[in-house]
Design a protein around this ligand. Structure first.
Ligand code: PXG
Length: 445
């Protein structure tokens, strides 16, 4: 029995919603309720404007309240609110897949639809394992993730993920046959790097060590985030991703990039694979696909993988996998409208033009109290704070809260403050985010 149960019924109106990834009791004692959103701003339930420094949750890339998406969704709801995609189809699902294939990195033009990043990850892992079986290498079932990686909350994604809090509560329920590469965050070598850190490409060679340990013939795939977001922004050292690709090629191991955060313009190209000029075999996406307006994810697959499944009698279901809401018509409509906006406004590359002022702005916080590292790439920034003695995360949470009270929403992971504003941000708003964070740091103990 736990003698220190503290259920704290603080607000009967709020208690029924068991909130995700939230300190429920703390939140319900002091709720932060968002009521409306437009452009770069949220409005709280009590009427305060809050500048969105994290694109909702890394997803609202084109800014809030986009009329084109609302209209497309409304029209689709009126035309056909739902249609199955199991043994049936509807036109905009194909239209969207074709559309996405056109912006995909070379060769990744076969698209499987899901409803979230977690589902995209589990889908990609399943495709990887089934692909090897389809080509007669069914013993390749092992999956390699990375420490500090975040790949959502499904059992597959959690198992290849490497964030201790996502793993420790679920103990032995992890997938078997999973191993992890070391992460690439090293303040001793790389603190305050501007953009991509120069030190650490050799860490990719750890994959050779895992191959030597398990034998390549047992390994199906390696999954990494090209730029990790949830762990507090972890950047790939220069040359690291290329090296991973080479080792995977050498041993016939599939390389999966989890681009749930980096996909759709966050790093200045449509995908991080294009920014780093490394082409994986599978890419997982969600979030920015629909500007966050309707849940949807997509897995981009190399054509050779899709083709490997297209064998046997034509009436067999080649991939025994899918979701009731795969390619939901309303989500497809939202995604198409979103892609129209991205194309019309050049948003998939806008972060490239903003990355220099963004880098200068976030690095201007160097030297402020508690700041032990600053990281940036594309329109992603992170400020890492020295933890308070014996209270990891407490300072980070204080800073997050004070920023919110001063009208700027950032994201906190432990003692790291992460920022990833909508790609429509203006330089004045970049300044406002950084000035607010700076002022808060100066007054936080
Ligand atoms: N992969 C990556 C790389 C992600 O960042 C997921 C998978 C899972 O997506 P869904 O849609 O199932 O949540 C994510 C999600 C944060 C934060 O604060 C990031 C995510 C979710 C919640 C918070 O960094 N990313």
């Amino acid at each position: 029995m736990n003698a220190r149960l503290t259920p704290a019924v603080t607000n009967p109106e709020l208690d029924a919603f068991w909130m995700p990834f939230t300190a429920n009791r703390q939140f319900k004692a002091n709720p932060r309720l968002l009521a409306r959103a437009k452009g770069m701003y949220y409005t709280t339930a009590d009427g305060r404007e809050v500048l969105d420094g994290v694109a909702g949750l890394w997803c609202v890339n084109a800014g809030h309240g986009r009329r084109e998406i609302t209209e497309a969704v409304t029209k689709q709801l009126e035309t056909m609110e739902f249609a199955p995609t199991f043994q049936m189809g509807h036109p905009i699902a194909f239209e969207l897949a074709n559309r996405l294939a056109k912006i995909a990195p070379p060769g990744l033009d076969r698209i499987f639809f899901t409803n979230s990043g977690s589902e995209s990850v589990d889908t990609a892992l399943k495709i990887a394992v089934a692909y090897h079986r389809a080509r007669g290498a069914g013993q390749r079932t092992r999956l390699i993730g990375r420490e500090k990686g975040y790949h959502g909350v499904g059992f597959g994604g959690m198992s290849v993920g490497g964030m201790v809090n996502n793993r420790k509560f679920f103990g032995s329920s992890m997938l078997p046959g999973v191993d992890h590469l070391p992460h690439t965050l090293d303040l001793e070598h790389n603190a305050f790097s501007r953009g991509i850190p120069q030190w650490g490409a050799h860490l990719a060679n750890e994959l050779e060590r895992l191959v030597a340990l398990h034998d390549a013939s047992t390994i199906a795939a390696v999954i990494v985030e090209p730029v990790a977001g949830s762990a507090g922004v972890v950047l790939p050292p220069a040359g690291y991703l290329k090296r991973l690709r080479e080792i995977c090629d050498k041993h016939d191991i599939l390389l999966i990039f989890d681009e749930v955060i980096t996909g759709f313009g966050r790093v200045g190209k449509p995908f991080a694979a294009l920014a780093f000029e490394v082409t994986p075999d599978l890419i997982t996406t969600a979030k920015g696909l629909t500007n966050g307006a309707i849940p949807m994810g997509a897995v981009f697959s190399q054509r050779k993988i899709y083709d490997a499944f297209m064998q046997g009698p034509e009436n067999t279901i080649e991939l025994f996998h899918g979701y009731t809401y795969s390619a939901h018509p309303v989500a497809c409509a939202a995604a198409l409208a979103t892609q129209d906006i991205y194309a019309k406004e050049g948003l998939l590359t806008r972060a490239a033009t903003l990355s220099a002022p963004w880098e200068n702005a976030v690095h201007s916080l160097r030297g402020l109290p508690h700041v032990i590292d600053i990281r940036n790439y594309g329109l992603i920034g992170a400020v890492e704070l020295e933890p308070r003695q014996g209270k990891p995360g407490a300072r980070g949470f204080d800073v997050f809260l004070k920023c919110f009270e001063r009208g700027v929403m950032v994201r906190q992971t432990g003692d790291t403050i992460a920022m990833a504003p909508p790609l429509v941000i203006e330089t004045k708003q970049i300044e406002r985010i950084v000035e607010t964070l700076g002022a808060v740091l100066r007054e936080t103990d």
